[in-house]
Design a protein around this ligand. Structure first.
Ligand code: GAR
Length: 200
């Protein structure tokens, strides 16, 4: 295997997807090739980013498929049809069941916008994570890349990077700093690290 065929699962803006595409172009990612983008939301700007980069993309909607099982089966079919080796959850706002995660043991990475085990697990996603960090009054937060297992945000940690909270931060300003100073750096680095291990 020359490069690990990688699928990126998204739901929204897709800035982490963009960081991965940019890292591929700049050579930071050389052991993985992003060949598929799957969104669970048809309106996600991440789909436009994939299209602009010439990467195959599709929407798989849980609403339309009705059950978790049918939703996951449709994702599995897309992954198998495209010969995917590595799956990256980059702002994917849907929890995957054990039936799905156990099938891809140590093959699914997730980026979470806090230093796990703080502010993580069910209900902690997107801006809610930063709202909780500000409410608690922590002075340092950050981001974590981890393997995905059946426990939300509970899989083995691959990388973490700390970011300072500043006086006057809002959830939005903190989110932006955590993305710029941590997420967009450690996600591409982690994808390269794990893809390199897979192709060996
Ligand atoms: C990112 O901050 C990501 O860490 C977070 O959602 C945002 C998605 O932004 N993910 C989670 O909270 C997952 N629990 P993006 O669509 O611009 O990459």
């Amino acid at each position: 295997m020359l490069r690990a065929k990688t699928a990126v699962l998204v739901s929204g803006g897709g800035t982490n997807l963009q960081a991965l595409l940019d890292a591929q172009n700049s050579g930071i990612i050389k052991s993985a090739e992003i060949t598929l983008v799957i969104s669970n939301n048809a309106g996600a700007y991440a789909l436009t980013r994939a299209e602009k980069a010439g990467v195959k993309s599709m929407c798989i909607s849980k609403k339309e498929l009705k059950t978790q099982e049918a939703f996951e089966d449709a994702i599995i079919n897309a992954l198998e049809e495209n010969g995917i080796d590595l799956i990256v959850l980059a702002g994917f706002m849907s929890i995957l069941s054990e039936r799905f995660t156990s099938r891809y043991d140590h093959r699914i990475l997730n980026i979470h916008p806090s230093l796990i085990p703080s502010f993580c697990g069910q209900g902690y996603y997107g801006l809610k994570v930063h709202e909780a960090a500000l409410k608690k009054g922590v002075k340092v937060t950050g981001a974590t890349v981890h393997f995905v297992n059946e426990i939300p945000d509970g899989g083995e940690i691959i990388a973490q990077k700390a970011v300072y909270v500043e006086d006057g931060d809002t959830p939005e300003t903190l989110q932006k700093r955590v993305m710029e100073q941590a997420e967009w750096i450690i996600l591409p680095q982690s994808v390269e690290k794990i893809a390199e291990q897979i192709i060996k």
